[in-house]
Write a protein that binds this ligand. Structure first.
Ligand SMILES: [Ca+2]
Ligand SMILES: [Ca+2]
Length: 212
């Protein structure tokens, strides 16, 4: 019998300690090495725990059944595909869908727009100022019409992006329509204001703008 037979080599001892530690951890402490929160961004909180999700990152991976395969996320093992966002988005404009004004729209920085050319929008003469704007890619004629207008002391105004008054129409006596047209020499943003002095009410007026 030899005492050497009872010795444990240092390397083997380290492996045994690691295994033992792993067993202890598995028995007493839940461990999540890697995770991903699917769906949108934000933070879910319950008690003292909170988990943050990654914005815009869906659950990654493939799911398949039969001849159907669903793929979500960006890191899915598929071959790389090149897309050219600057080309896709170069002429993209996110137009104001309406159908009615969205208050507060009481100053240029709150203006609803850009409006589609030729679309009918509704607004309410329920306050002093309703601001809208259009975006022209090129020069041309802007026409603005407001019909079924039931405010009083009304005005329809067209401004340049720099705030220069380009055209104005005053409401006349027994007048329920406002109209202006103006030819602009440069493209860009133009602001439209429906001004109501009094007789505020919630009968909708119809606003329609045309431009090239
Ligand atoms: Ca309004
Ligand atoms: Ca307003």
């Amino acid at each position: 019998m030899s005492r050497r037979g009872k010795l444990v080599r240092p390397g083997l001892l380290l492996v045994l300690l690691c295994l033992t530690g792993g067993i202890v951890l598995a028995q007493s402490t839940p461990a999540i090495v890697r995770w991903h929160i699917g769906g949108g961004g934000g933070t879910a909180i319950g008690g003292t725990a909170s988990i943050s999700g990654a914005l815009g990152q869906a659950v990654a991976g493939l799911s398949s059944g039969g001849n159907i395969t669903l793929q979500a996320g960006f890191w899915t093992g598929r071959r790389q595909a090149k897309i050219y966002l600057p080309l896709v988005l170069r002429d993209y404009i996110s137009y104001f869908e309406g159908p009615c004004e969205q208050e507060d729209n009481d100053r240029s920085s709150q203006a609803n727009g850009p409006l589609y050319s030729g679309r009918y929008y509704c607004g309410y003469p329920n306050d002093w100022y309703d601001w809208f704007y259009v975006y022209l890619r090129t020069t041309g004629r802007i026409t603005v019409s407001v019909t079924n207008y039931t405010g009083a002391g009304g005005q329809l105004l067209l401004f340049s992006q720099l705030g220069e008054l380009l055209k104005r129409d005053y409401q006349g006596a027994n007048d329920y329509d406002l109209y202006l047209e103006h030819t602009v020499s440069t493209g860009g943003i133009y602001y439209i204001t429906v001004y109501t002095e009094r007789n505020f009410n919630t009968t909708p007026y119809t606003l329609r703008v045309t431009y090239p």
